[in-house]
Design a protein. Structure first.
Length: 370
């Protein structure tokens, strides 16, 4: 039976209204994403180019970091590391150098709110925050070779962030930093340092893939189909599709795919161990993970971080190297009380997240162990 004009008009009206609604939702999601991206504003000058590390902190700099999630003040001391108002002026107890990335630096919190500063406030020993934001294990290995002779610590704590540190070791440009960096390649004669002097531009060899999913799952046939194609272009489709890791255990596949990444990390750890041993410094590892590992344990991101954690623990055990899994502590604390330990959009630790890490280190006598 043919439709009359009124019915046709109603159907067209519904169709047009639905399309406009979808376009409006897509526009709203894009606007929200751009608003969050543009809310991240750091006063210029905190980082400067370095031909060996890629970048380093600027001595004497101070400024403000504004984000949708926070407003934080940072100061860089005259030696080029994060200022700590709680750092004792004179040596007291052991001197412990803490090396890591932006999570150890304390991006998103004030100088006195980092877990390193809280340890200094506790007054047992002297902790030096030698973290370099955005750095991976390869850069940290080079930094350690530079700072151990300068500070002569009793212990070195290497904070391994499994969210991207191990992945970034493979490339001349990190996943989340638009700058060139050094990297190492494994060969028959051991590790070979590449990309030094570091180019001033990020257009360096061995760039990372465009998306994290490509790193973890590869291209087709793992990610085939028009849904994935649309998800790469539409925020709405991406939101409706959800996390590709839910409902499937990718960990066995990831263990195979990331084997080279773990072998490179073990080689870098051996280099760091050699540096520490030569300096008479005890090396210990602290393991951290990102917000998805703590809050969304079934997600693809959480699964790959769990694979990293297990493998790093296995490497530490095989090399008889003490470690402390802080990621599991953060997950347990979140499950117990749903505390906001990570900023929702930025992803770094909140002041409460740093406090939980400090509490865990104090509970264990500040001695990482299996």
């Amino acid at each position: 039976m043919p439709l009359d004009k009124r019915t046709k008009f109603r159907l067209v009206t519904v169709l047009v209204t639905g399309c406009l609604g979808l376009l409006g939702t897509e526009g709203l999601l894009r606007w929200r994403e751009a608003r969050l991206r543009h809310s991240d504003r750091l006063d210029p000058g905190m980082l400067r180019y370095d031909p060996r590390l890629g970048w380093r902190l600027t001595p004497g700099w101070q400024g403000t970091h504004r984000h949708h999630d926070f407003t934080a003040q940072y100061r860089i001391n005259p030696e080029g590391f994060r200022h700590d108002p709680a750092l004792p002026a004179s040596r007291r107890g052991r001197r412990i150098a803490v090396v890591g990335d932006s999570f150890t630096f304390g991006l998103g919190v004030h100088d006195g709110e980092t877990f390193v500063s809280r340890l200094n406030r506790d007054g047992r020993h002297r902790y030096l925050n030698l973290a370099l934001p955005g750095s991976s294990t390869d850069q940290q290995a080079l930094l350690i070779e530079e700072v151990l002779p300068r500070y002569h610590p009793d212990e070195l704590w290497l904070v391994v962030y499994v969210g991207n540190d191990l992945l970034d070791n493979q490339w001349a440009r990190p996943l989340q930093v638009n700058a060139a960096k050094p990297f190492f390649e494994r060969g028959p004669d051991g590790l070979q340092l590449r990309n030094v002097p570091v180019p001033l531009t990020a257009s360096a060899p061995a760039p990372p893939p465009a998306a994290l999913e490509s790193v973890l799952l590869g291209d087709a046939p793992n990610n085939p189909g028009w849904v994935e194609w649309l998800a790469g272009r539409s925020r709405l489709v991406r939101a409706l599709r959800g996390d590709p890791g839910r409902g499937r255990d990718f960990r066995p596949e990831l263990e195979v795919r990331l084997a080279g990444t773990h072998a490179l990390f073990e080689a870098l750890l051996a280099r760091i161990e050699q540096t520490a041993t030569a300096a008479g410094v005890r090396l210990r590892l602290l393991l951290l993970a990102g917000r998805s590992f703590v809050e969304e344990p079934d997600s693809l991101s959480a699964q790959f971080q769990q694979v990293h954690l297990r493998q790093v623990e296995a490497i530490c055990e095989a090399r008889q190297r003490p470690w402390l899994n802080l990621a599991e502590q953060l997950r347990a604390r979140y499950r117990a009380g749903r505390e906001r330990l990570y900023y929702r959009h930025d992803g770094h630790l909140t002041p409460r997240g740093h406090e939980v890490i400090f509490e865990r280190l104090r509970e264990t006598g500040e001695t990482p162990a299996r």
